[in-house]
Design a protein around this ligand. Sequence first.
Ligand SMILES: [Zn+2]
Length: 625
Amino acid sequence: MGWKSMNRIVNIIIRRFYRFAAILLPLIVVTSIAPWCMSPPKRNVLLITIDTLRADRLGCYGSRTVKTPNIDALAAGGTLFEETITPVPLTLPSHASILTGRYPAEHGIRDNGFYRLPKGYPTLATEFAKAGYQTAAFVASGTLNGVFGLNQGFDLYDDMSVVKGRTQLTDRSERPADKVTAKVAEWLKNSVKKPFFLWVHYFDPHAPYEPPESYREKYRGRLYDGEVAFTDREVGRLLKVLKEAGFERDTLVILTADHGESLGEHGEMSHGVFLYRATMHVPLIFSGPGVPAGKPISSMARLIDICPTILSYAHLNKNFSCSGRDLWPIIAGRSIPEGELIYIETEAPANLMGWSALKGLRTDRFKFIALPARELYDIRADPGENHNLITSQPDVAAAMRKKMKQIEARFPKSGGARSGFSPDAGTKKSLESLGYVGEKVTTRSVKKNPMEMLEVLGFYYKAEESYRKGEWSRAAKIYTKALKIDPDCPRMMHMLAYCLHQMGDLEATQRIYERLLTLDPRFISAWSDLSAVYGKMKEYDKAVACAKEAIRLDPNSTDAYFTLGMIDELKGRKSSAVKHYRRILEINPNHYPALTQLGTLLNADPSTREEGKKLLAKARAINKK
Ligand SMILES: [Zn+2]
């Protein structure tokens, strides 16, 4: 390049600079004379939650065998909390704690399926919406459907509710990570109008472990790891879209998980029954403008701290009331972490099996588990929790129990109450298909210690694998074995009866349901299932009586209304059948069987043909999804 051309380029650059400065200077002056009227810049927030992700499966948390380059890079460019603990190893309660900064006993969601966040409850989304942000959520499991109340404050809540209404245990309500990323990418590219709060939920590491083919090959024999690696790829794609859409420099990214996965540790395969570290230790990474890079923090953090930290970062609602603490001063290096406590709990063993619920307390160093037998672990010396110190360190145990009780005393008295809410039968079944509690076990005289029921739990997991594949007779054999050890377990009876029903053994199904209902007369699904069985046996009076009992206990029992509709059709009572199907569609507008039955009935009558056609078209569209 010659001198002349170099000079020309330099001149162009100088001219451009002055043009730019002419625009910029007045702004600089205005800014400098009026700092008091400037509010801090609004930054975007992207919250990524990966369901069922053990921290130790990520490279940045020490894994040498699972390839997670994208999450590792996010951690290297941000701040990683080494020891983050969930208050509860269950999807819906844990996500409610992330979004509200409160314990399950405070926000009231203690388990999946039959709790709903009360209307008007303050969450991250409601705070961002109030501040004028655009708010959107994309969730990948029916467990987090809007019906459970986490949708409040979101302008857009993209959930799985459209597929609910199918009532087979083999129909799962979940969305694979690549589909989640595609939906979010579409939104980031085309729908963002102003600063946003975006929550993206990936579900893939949750059982069953079925990663795409290439990951199945690479992670043969450890498919859970394959799911983690696949989800990492999708996190990478998501962050790439964020960058391409021009938001990367202006977005705080938080990556975490709702709970881990036991994978056989302590006799638990999945999560929810125990409170060990395999399911309670989760990753937590902050990355984005202002977040120091590559500075891991070793002291304990909690999922309830995420909400106040994000609000503090975004300069929103300084008076937001919650039980978490603001981690931002720690991230920014302005404050040294102090010893924190976290109250931990799970109601799942009680709701699932009628065994005892568990609760406890975790400090930076120790974990105390109360009820039914007490346990104490020194997490630093024994992270695998193999040596119970309850007899050798009674003073530590007593001090922790006292602190646990103090926290409990602060919880609202109504905290454990059922929110008076019951999802429709289709949602319950899809929850059961994911291994969650669709129906709560309500009465059992003796609360057994889950630790003493490991064999039953083993059978339960084994049978679960079979029924997911529709191998009813195999599953039935395993449930029968489990019932030999715990003969009064309503869950096992329900699952065995369901399998026998699918196998067409109506009499055996009837016998089991009748026994179950003498033990637990509030088991709603048993009433509605037994009603369907009687219907098939042509014992219509009994079928109607059972359906009515199910509806008395739960006015949302779509399965029971469906049986009533079918019986009415058989008896030629068309208008009554129409009424029952309409009631189902009020509860769940996407109930496929009701859409089909009602559509067909209305289609047969010229005066209602128009509506009938519409319903049938909707049913076809749902069936295609
Ligand atoms: Zn979960």
